[in-house]
Design a binder for this molecule. Structure first.
Ligand code: ADP
Length: 204
């Protein structure tokens, strides 16, 4: 079974992905794919250089992330042009990794897609969508602990992401990860993995 995993920033999505991996699921990490595409020699770099110019490429040939973030923030057209380069490459690579996991007989293939609900092109490719949800205040608290994050930057990301309601409306299953000890979160993730084909049982 192929499922999508999504959640807002700081919801605990990556933590849940880790527990699903522990249960035997193959995880396809679209964030990691996106980063790899824009590293030196990454498959997106020739098109990025052509579209945006050498100013957006670091001396070693990677995407200049700070510069691109600033541009995309102030220029919606530039953001769309970057996405038009990246999204088809991310989709193709993610589906290739999912196919490889199927071929290796993974009991469950989980596509970790932060913007699954926003982008609309994933749902048809997935049997189920699992959403990790929590209160916005909890998201902010968690992300503030990451180096380099301010309330303003978090507010910007939250405003650009789907609302909790939109995400929940798209979900086949929701893990409400608020006030939940990590052991309980793990149990919920392992139970879902078992229901969706992994031979694992949540521990009492
Ligand atoms: P996301 O991938 O959704 O941005 P993460 O899984 O990285 O979020 O979680 C954000 C932070 O919150 C991490 O440091 C993680 O360990 C912590 N966290 C998530 N869920 C819980 C929980 N139930 N209890 C304690 N810490 C948690």
């Amino acid at each position: 079974m192929r499922i999508g995993l999504t959640g807002g920033i700081g919801s605990g999505k990556s933590t849940v992905a880790g527990f699903l991996r522990e249960a035997g699921a193959a995880i396809v990490d679209t964030d990691a794919i996106s980063r790899a595409l824009t590293l030196p020699g990454g498959a997106a770099m020739p098109a990025i250089r052509e579209q945006f110019g050498a100013d957006f490429v670091t001396p070693d040939g990677a995407l200049d992330r700070d510069r691109m973030r600033a541009l995309a923030f102030s220029d919606a057209g530039a953001k769309r042009r970057l996405e038009a380069i990246l999204h088809p490459l991310i989709t193709a690579q993610a589906l290739a990794e999912a196919d490889a996991a199927d071929a290796a007989r993974a009991p469950l293939v989980v596509l970790d897609v932060p913007l699954l609900v926003e982008s609309g092109r994933w749902r048809a490719r997935l049997a189920r969508v699992l959403v990790v949800d929590c209160a916005a205040g909890t998201q902010v608290e968690r992300v503030l602990r990451r180096p380099g994050w301010t309330r303003e930057r978090i507010a910007g990301v939250l405003a650009a992401q789907a609302t909790r309601e939109a995400r929940r409306a798209a979900a086949d299953a929701v893990i409400f990860n608020d006030g939940l000890p990590l052991a309980a979160l793990r149990n919920e993730a392992l139970s879902l993995a078992a229901r969706w084909g992994c031979e694992t049982m949540a521990m009492p």
